[in-house]
Write a protein that binds this ligand. Structure first.
Ligand code: DGY
Length: 421
């Protein structure tokens, strides 16, 4: 069977009716926020109404304060830890209590512009006020002092859970009582592809701390034992701000478009400040200690996704990406190869993730670097041709890693094979 058809079958097989699990193996038995948004890009290739439903279901779990949780538990979650019973979060008790990168507005705009179906457009337009509420929440909750850079309060919020970027901030978090024996993920994926036990103790301790604080938006920023202004999270938000502004403008909501333009201005100015001239790279910072996170992770390349003028402003950033590509068989590694922290098999410490490849492809095209975008697109397709729809891939060998028959990898394959912007 040809690969596109296989990708469709992966997505149909992981479809739980209105939402898609990341993989049906039991590793992730729920709806993940940025997974769902990115899966919608693939679903749109063969079923636009289903793509919209994916996002509608996600926003069905939006909290009254505007937050869209990083996990919605719709069904049996007994194979996952921490499940809904551990989180005890939100109005229904069926979600996590933290968020994930705000990629939804970018996806909704993409779906809006590609469709010729007026009914789909109406459904997408109905999501726009919800997107706006989420962006407003993000600034109020995670940048309460108006710096323009939003902070994450848990490594899971970055989506790049065990990136070396969080090592020192996470080390400073008390591990709490050991809970690593309660983990279930390593029953489904090899332990050396996953975060470590000591990271897990801290991940769960943070959850319990926020649970004790009732997940209160007005408190968590100040009490958070882990608080980091991630350059990747802010870059994705900044891109989503532009896309949300465009959707609001199309809807004729000029006042809200101006409000988002102001967010965009603040965050754009703050991202520029994250450029490190000596190193020629973008870094985030630990907002508890004020210290710079001087490590070259893939998050530092994402300003290319946020700003079409980035390659011209900082040509060294693109050169750095090119130098990473000379050190691997398949791009783009999630951390700079050759560094002591680089681990080609372990989750976000080196492996290639197709969803980030898509962000870089899109960003490089907008930055006038289509040939480099094409190189990354070809690598992405080649990985799937070689190793199937794995969760992530070894950049040195192309071997499959993590979960299998993975939704967002299938979705990215369909999206990138179609050559879509
Ligand atoms: C996990 O459980 O590994 C997820 O990435 C958390 O969101």
């Amino acid at each position: 069977m040809e690969l596109k058809q296989q990708a469709v079958e992966v997505l149909r097989g992981n479809d739980c009716g209105g939402y898609t699990v990341p993989t049906a193996t039991g590793l992730y038995p729920a709806q993940w926020n940025w997974d769902s948004c990115l899966v919608a890009l693939g679903l749109a290739q063969f079923d636009e109404p289903r793509a919209v439903a994916e996002i509608e279901t996600l926003f069905g779990g939006q909290w009254p304060d505007g937050m869209v949780p990083h996990i919605l538990f719709h069904g049996d979650d007994s194979t996952y830890f921490p499940n809904a019973a551990v989180w005890q979060a939100g109005p229904t008790g069926r979600s996590s209590g933290i968020t994930q990168p705000l990629v939804a507005a970018t996806v909704v705009r993409h779906l809006f512009e590609r469709t010729s179906d007026p009914v789909i457009r109406v459904r997408l337009a109905a999501l726009v006020p919800k997107l706006l509420a989420w962006h407003r929440w993000c600034y109020a909750a995670r940048d309460p002092y108006g710096t323009g850079l939003v902070s994450i309060i848990h490594p899971w919020e970055s989506g790049m859970d065990n990136s070396p970027l969080w090592d020192s901030a996470l080390d400073a978090v008390a591990p709490g009582p050991p809970v690593r024996h309660l983990r279930k993920d390593t029953g489904f994926a090899a332990a050396d592809h996953r975060p470590t036990g000591s990271e897990y103790d801290r991940y769960i301790n943070l959850v319990l701390e926020y649970r004790d604080n009732g997940y209160r938006t007005d408190r968590l920023y100040d009490v958070a034992p882990f608080r980091v202004a991630d350059i990747g999270f802010s870059a994705i938000l900044q891109r989503a701000n532009q896309d949300l502004r465009s959707l609001l403008t199309a809807a004729g909501d000029i006042a809200a478009a101006a409000e988002v333009a102001a967010m965009e201005q603040r965050t754009g100015a703050a991202i520029v400040q994250c450029w490190h001239e000596e190193d020629g790279f973008f870094y985030g910072l630990d907002t508890r200690t004020g210290s710079l996170i001087r490590k070259p992770g893939i998050a530092g390349l994402l300003p290319l996704f946020a700003d079409p003028g980035e390659a011209e402003r900082h040509p060294r950033l693109v050169e750095r990406l090119e130098s990473w590509l000379t050190q691997v068989a398949y791009g783009v590694p999630s951390f700079e190869p050759g560094r002591p922290e680089f681990e080609p098999r372990r989750y976000w410490r080196g492996p290639v993730w197709l969803i980030v490849n898509w962000m870089l492809i899109d960003g490089l095209r907008r930055n006038g670097r289509p040939e480099l975008a094409e190189r990354i697109r070809r690598d992405s397709l080649a990985l799937v041709e070689r190793a199937g729809f794995a969760e992530y891939f070894n950049p040195l060998t192309g071997d499959p890693l993590g979960g299998s028959r993975f939704s967002w990898t299938a979705a990215m394959y369909l999206h990138l094979a179609a050559g879509s912007e």
